[in-house]
Design a protein. Structure first.
Length: 348
């Protein structure tokens, strides 16, 4: 009896241990670190794209009049690039040791040194310069301008504008496939465009229905899939990057989606919303996406970056207050409180 009891206890311990080993990798995302960052220089409180340089262990946070550069491992500030009006995104060109910042309210792009973070110069662009990326085949920087409905193409070595491309709609988050094509959402026309970075010509226009008002985008480059988040209706859809065909059924997501990221190592897709949720999906196959979990964050944490080394997700937000309604603005939006800006890091 004593041997049998020990055997049963041993087997139970083995089963419990096995369960822990199996369950641990599937543990959900949770808050790892909260980093307070304070008020932007020059006042105001606005934040947009997060750009993570996993190799250099840096994160670039758009913050109104400044870009804050952090060490992603410690959360400490490396430095700031200041003197802007209202910046949106950062594109990195490591081979030139240069970075580029879209400053929408100043209608320009700020060029800076990646090592010193010092401003090298400014390049005249267009108002509402928003999403920005470096395309490695053409070796050009592309800036997507919301209100003008255009893209400014820049030679990063010379710091000059090559062309301005009319897009036929208001662009949002853009992605490059690494082979010479760029894809971007047009929020007001409910379309995705495929832009050839070499010819500077739009090759295709595809509707995103049943989603609408597409804003966020990420890409599985290997399987040629685009992941698109829409605000009206609030849906995430999967699109074939070569044909524009919508794959499978759409997935409901939270209010005012703003960023998508895809991790090719884990095959996980994350979609962040202003309502304070990150929707996590797994790409089971090129034609099948499944829901993993919905991570509760904080209200306003809609912009997001991926640390591809640790697989952590970075979002930022602040405290908000609701302005009083006025005849001019009967339906005001929540307003961020200056001095409360912070970074939230989530991991598994």
């Amino acid at each position: 009896m004593r041997f049998r009891a020990r055997l049963i206890i041993g087997l139970c311990s083995f089963c419990i241990g096995a369960f822990v080993l199996i369950a641990a990798p599937g543990a959900g995302y949770h808050l790892l670190k909260k980093v307070p960052l304070g008020a932007a220089q020059g006042g105001g409180e606005y934040f947009d794209y997060i750009t993570v340089d996993a190799g250099a262990r840096r994160a670039y946070l758009s913050h109104g009049t400044e870009v804050i550069v952090l060490n992603v491992d410690t959360g400490t500030a490396v430095g700031k690039i200041t003197g802007m009006k209202r910046n949106h995104g950062v594109a990195l060109v490591p081979e030139l040791d240069r970075g580029f910042i879209s400053d929408g309210d100043a209608a320009q792009v700020v060029m800076f040194d990646l090592k010193t973070l010092k401003t090298i110069g400014t390049i005249k662009g267009e108002m509402d310069a928003d999403s920005i990326l470096y395309e490695p085949v053409s070796k050009h920087v592309f800036v997507f301008n919301g209100d003008p409905k255009s893209s400014t193409v820049i030679d990063p070595a010379k710091g000059t504008v090559i062309a301005t491309i009319p897009l036929g709609g208001a662009p949002e988050q853009a992605v490059a496939d690494g082979k010479g094509m760029i894809y971007d959402n047009l929020e007001d026309t409910n379309e995705v465009i495929a832009l050839d970075a070499r010819t500077l010509k739009i090759q295709s226009r595809w509707k995103v229905a049943p989603a609408g008002a597409p804003v966020s985008m990420a890409m599985d480059r290997q399987n040629r899939r685009l992941f698109i988040g829409g605000r009206n209706p609030k849906l995430l859809v999967v699109m074939d990057a070569d044909s524009g065909k919508i794959i499978g059924e759409p997935f409901p997501i939270g209010d005012r989606v703003d960023a998508n990221v895809f991790d090719p190592e884990t095959q996980l897709l994350a979609s962040s919303t202003r309502g304070g949720t990150i929707h996590i999906f797994h790409e089971d196959s090129p034609n099948k996406l499944s829901v993993v979990e919905i991570v509760k964050t904080e209200f306003g944490a809609k912009t997001m970056g991926l640390d591809s080394k640790t697989h952590n997700l970075l979002v930022d937000t602040s405290d908000f207050e609701m302005p009083a309604a006025t005849p001019q603005q009967p339906n005001p939006q929540p307003k961020a409180k200056p001095g409360t800006f912070r970074l939230l890091i989530y991991g598994r």
